[in-house]
Design a protein around this ligand. Structure first.
Ligand code: FCB
Length: 457
């Protein structure tokens, strides 16, 4: 187990950062503590039928109370950087106005605790827990939310900017917009293309305004957007599928990468869906065009796409492939799609340096029995991490010309946690959480990651 880790370890430059990631609503719990306001995920998860098993983030990993233990755990594993998110409703219960001292104190201590253990704090300012008070005013469909986010980002930079290693503005615009307003799977659960296109523009604007606000407070702090680019392939060798794959790229990736990194929406997207963008969207393009100091890539699985003439633009339908291995959540495992993903982005955009801000797999293995007793042999996750880190190492080795300038890797996730619409049924942690006792147990994958990091000396 550790020899593969040591071998892999040698293929990364000395300056490369190995970290883990989590998000506030998925781990913190304590949703009523210390004046925290309600978020859209509190409301959504309390709505029958929205989350598997009726699970909610009410307790989650109780990280709000157990954070010191979790930081010790990370330090023990040799983790060099931690990407966590700040819960907007803990700082501003109604999304705006005066910050709550208790909320600020929690993240103050967390950041200081990381620094005291030699772990670099990477803070995500928005990982989906929008204050419900803002949702009541139209949420991301309302342009004012972009402005409110920029004000909140300015406040966070003033309070924490002196100690953060980096800032991620928003996590995964694709999920905030399409998954939440078109596919109805995440909060607030809408299925409306018009609403979705408004949110696309407002989330892009939120990033652009926040970048400017962050830099006005602290010009030298590394900041950037975190996206989940789809690694798209035609589902079959046909011209129709190839064209569908190109359209799907524009819709799923270009709608965000275009404005942020090139200052423009894809032409065909504007031709087909332009009327659904908010009025005078053109006037925001300069504000949105903020590539920042790095771009965060969250990668999990490929998309194989077919022509779908009867559905709305991009008239494309993605399928899972029968011939590919799957994670315990049924996601296709295809390591070279990771490299394909970055190659396709590089062909189209001049991207800043890259951090892999999330990568990992759902593997629901529980404690082993017999000779495995006392261990959690999560072999699926371990081999997923091995094969995907192998891709990362090769992308770096290929150099600037052919490869990619990747500076760090954040494994999703440190802990098993509340996996959104899947509730607690999908485990992504390298550390097992027993939700009844809050006991943490390092899995085999966690020991493997530890060996990889520690082999660097
Ligand atoms: C990503 C999310 C993260 C987690 C993983 C599995 O899309 O950013 O919170 O749920 O998927």
């Amino acid at each position: 187990m550790s020899s593969s880790a040591e071998h892999l370890s040698k293929r990364f430059p000395k300056s490369f950062l190995f970290g883990t990631a989590t998000a506030s609503y998925q781990v913190e719990g304590a949703v009523h503590a210390d004046g925290r306001g309600a978020s859209i995920w509190d409301v959504f998860s309390a709505t029958p039928g929205k989350v598997k098993g009726g699970d909610t983030g009410e307790t989650a990993c109780d990280h709000y109370r157990l954070w010191e233990k979790d930081l010790d755990l990370m330090a023990g594993l040799g983790i060099q950087a931690y990407r966590f998110s700040i819960a907007w409703p803990r700082i501003l219960p109604s999304g705006m106005g005066r910050p709550l001292a208790e909320g600020l104190t929690f993240y103050d201590r967390l950041i200081d605790g990381l620094l005291a253990r030699g772990i670099q704090p990477f803070a995500t300012f928005y990982h989906w827990d929008l204050p419900q008070a803002l949702e009541d005013k139209g949420g991301w469909r309302n342009r004012d939310t972009a402005k409110a986010f920029a004000d909140y980002a300015e406040l966070l930079t003033l309070k924490f900017g002196d100690r953060l290693a980096a800032i991620c503005t928003l996590n995964e615009p694709w999920c905030v917009t399409y998954l939440s307003h078109l596919h109805g799977i995440h909060a607030p659960g809408l299925t409306d293309l018009g609403a979705a296109m408004r949110t696309v523009h407002h989330v892009n604007l939120a990033h652009g305004l926040a970048m400017q606000a962050i830099k006005s407070v602290k010009a030298d702090i590394p900041a950037g957007l975190v996206l989940n680019p789809q690694s798209i392939y035609p589902g079959e060798a046909s011209e129709r599928a190839e064209k569908a794959a190109l359209r799907a790229f524009d819709f799923n990736n270009g709608a965000f990468y275009g404005p942020v990194y090139s200052g423009a929406y894809p032409e065909e997207l504007v031709a087909e869906l332009g009327p659904l963008l908010p009025e005078a969207w053109q006037e925001d393009m300069a504000d949105i065009h903020q590539p920042g100091d790095f771009t965060g890539v969250n990668y999990y699985t490929p998309e194989h796409v077919f022509d779908a003439p009867d559905s709305h633009w991009p008239r494309a339908r993605a399928i899972r492939r029968n011939d590919l291995p799957k994670t315990d959540l049924g996601w296709d495992i295809m390591p070279d799609a990771f490299t394909h993903c970055l190659d396709e982005l590089k062909k189209r955009y001049a991207l800043p340096p890259i951090y892999i801000t999330e990568n990992g797999a759902c593997d629901n293995t529980e404690a082993g029995r017999g000779s495995n007793s006392g261990r959690i042999p999560d072999n699926l996750r371990l081999s997923y991490l091995e094969s995907h880190l192998d891709q990362v190492a090769s992308m770096i080795a290929d150099g600037q010309e052919k490869g990619h300038d990747i500076r760090g890797y954040f494994l999703w996730s440190l802990l098993d946690n509340f996996e959104w619409a899947e509730g607690y049924s999908a485990r992504f942690g390298i550390v097992h959480v027993d939700y009844a006792t809050q006991e943490r147990t390092v899995k085999d994958s966690g020991r493997w990651y530890e060996a990889l990091i520690k082999a660097r000396g």
